[in-house]
Design a protein around this ligand. Structure first.
Ligand code: BG6
Length: 480
């Protein structure tokens, strides 16, 4: 019997994803203020530098380079770049708004009109081609002033500042943008609170208290954004956004199984448990007791979180993780913000991120089983060293293979009944890496001629994967 079942729903949102601070450049143009990412140096050591308690939130051009300052200059080239996305047939484009373009210091009374106008232009350009913008309100970025003067998200005043910013962009763009997400990879706070919460951990104990308090403020602020969006138009969809790293126990030793369950639940599920189920999960009481965490929760916060949960779960998936009760002695591999125990069954990317398409199928099933809300894969992809040959072509067959395997895994999850809204591959045009600040860690379908020192012609070249992805979209994922 012929199987006429389609692999993906008809209105599936195929596209690509980027973040303002990694591609726009123009870090001090158009009235933009400094953001925390503007003071983060480039290079493989950047995560170590910003985790140092003495990190001073200042630019040191004599010592470091700052690739995010120029990005790939999307601020000036967005028309040409969006035209290339349209050529691939993108149904949607996930991008973020730079908070510091709208409120340069974060605490002023009035927004910066020039910043607002820029995103009007970007969204209009997308809509011209029928590309649906999918907007992250805050992607690893806040005005630097909010980190330095107020201490970032651990300060409750941030709820007020974010609410003002979110209300401003929701009111301005709600007729152009239907799909929103509040905080990129909100659970990354457990590893890099500077990126998502705007602070460094001076004392590890105080650090945890601050992270959870900061998360509580973010949960509350996120629900305020859901409330506002639904008041403007009940059809708007506002998602939460988490990193999901499918988690395996090292072996069948019950002690390792238990360690895996506890750690994975905290990392993969805690934020979504609050943001989607609308309440703090019962297991958190034990964690708070053990860590001596005392949350300051004000009247009305829990009601707000309960009444305005996220409409869908956006998540990034790059790799899985292996966990054990006593991981110290085990061989490690690098990963997306975390290093984990090496999995002998998997190959890894040039940066040590283990490639595991089956892990994506598991992620989709686990998330859907637990939450029963639509899912949106808003980041996935392969960071690799691409080489422009003498004909100015890039044969990135390795990327095609990576994505083919992941798309097949998605199709299998959809077949099992998972409600999957779309797929936006990460860094659809080459951009600055978040963890290393390198240009040479490339994810795009479009090569951008800029090197790690920021030198190059900035010219764009479609890679082999560009033509392949166009076909995938054209056939709605039937042909990969
Ligand atoms: C995600 C982030 O963690 O991974 C992106 O949301 C980031 O901002 C992406 O760029 C890939 O990570 P990296 O470090 O390779 O750029």
């Amino acid at each position: 019997m012929e199987n006429s079942q389609k692999r993906f729903p008809e209105n599936f949102l195929w596209g690509g994803a980027t973040a303002a601070n990694q591609l726009e450049g123009a870090y001090n143009q158009g009235g933009k203020g400094l953001s925390i990412m503007d003071v983060v140096p480039g290079g493989k050591k950047r995560l170590g530098i910003i985790k140092d308690p003495d990190f001073d939130f200042k630019i040191h051009s004599d010592k470091y380079t700052y690739p995010n300052h120029d990005g790939i200059d999307f601020y000036h080239t967005y028309k040409e770049d969006i035209a290339l996305f349209a050529e691939m047939g993108f149904k949607c484009y996930r991008l973020s708004i730079a908070w510091s373009r709208i409120f340069p210091q974060g605490d002023e009374a009035e927004p910066n009109e020039e910043g607002l106008k820029f995103y009007d232009n970007v969204f209009d350009e997308c809509l011209k081609y029928g590309i649906e913008p999918v907007v992250t309100i805050s992607h690893y970025e806040m005005p630097l002033n909010l980190a330095v003067k107020y201490g970032g998200w651990k300060n409750r005043k941030l709820i007020e500042f974010f609410e003002k910013y979110a209300d401003t962009v929701l009111e301005r763009y709600y007729k152009k943008v239907k799909y929103w997400m509040t905080f990129n990879e909100i659970n990354s706070a457990f590893f890099i609170p500077l990126f998502s919460q705007g602070f460094v951990n001076k004392d590890p104990k105080a650090g945890k208290q601050d992270v959870y308090q900061g998360l509580h403020h973010q949960f509350t602020a996120s629900s305020l954004a859901v409330k506002k969006a639904h008041e403007l138009d009940k059809n708007l969809r506002v998602g939460c956004m988490i990193i999901y790293g499918t988690s395996y126990s090292y072996d069948c030793n019950p002690a390792n199984q238990w360690a895996n369950l506890e750690e994975s639940r905290m990392f993969n599920n805690f934020c979504a448990d609050v943001q989607v189920r609308g309440k703090y999960p019962s297991y958190i009481n034990k964690v708070f007791k053990r860590e001596n965490i005392k949350l300051d929760i004000k009247a009305g916060d829990l009601e707000l979180i309960r009444e305005y949960p996220a409409d869908y779960i956006g998540f990034s998936y790059y790799m899985s993780a292996v966990r054990a009760a006593d991981p110290e002695s085990m061989e490690k591999t690098n990963g997306n913000l975390l290093s984990a125990i090496k999995n002998p069954f998997l190959k890894a990317s040039d940066w040590g991120w283990e490639i595991d398409p089956t892990g994506l199928k598991i992620a989709l099933n686990e998330l859907y089983d637990r939450y029963q809300v639509p899912l949106f894969i808003v980041e996935n992809g392969l960071g690799a060293h691409d080489v422009l040959d003498d004909k100015n072509e890039i044969n990135d067959e390795y990327r095609i293979q990576y994505m083919r395997d992941h798309i097949d895994a998605m199709a299998e999850a959809v077949e099992s009944g998972v409600d999957l809204m779309g797929y936006t591959s990460w860094g659809c045009i080459d951009l600055v890496s978040a963890s290393t600040g390198e240009m040479s860690k490339r994810y795009g379908f479009i090569y951008v001629d800029i090197d790690d020192e920021g030198k190059g012609t900035k010219k764009r070249y479609p890679k082999k994967s560009f033509h392949w992805y166009k076909k995938v979209i054209e056939t709605n994922g039937e042909e990969v």
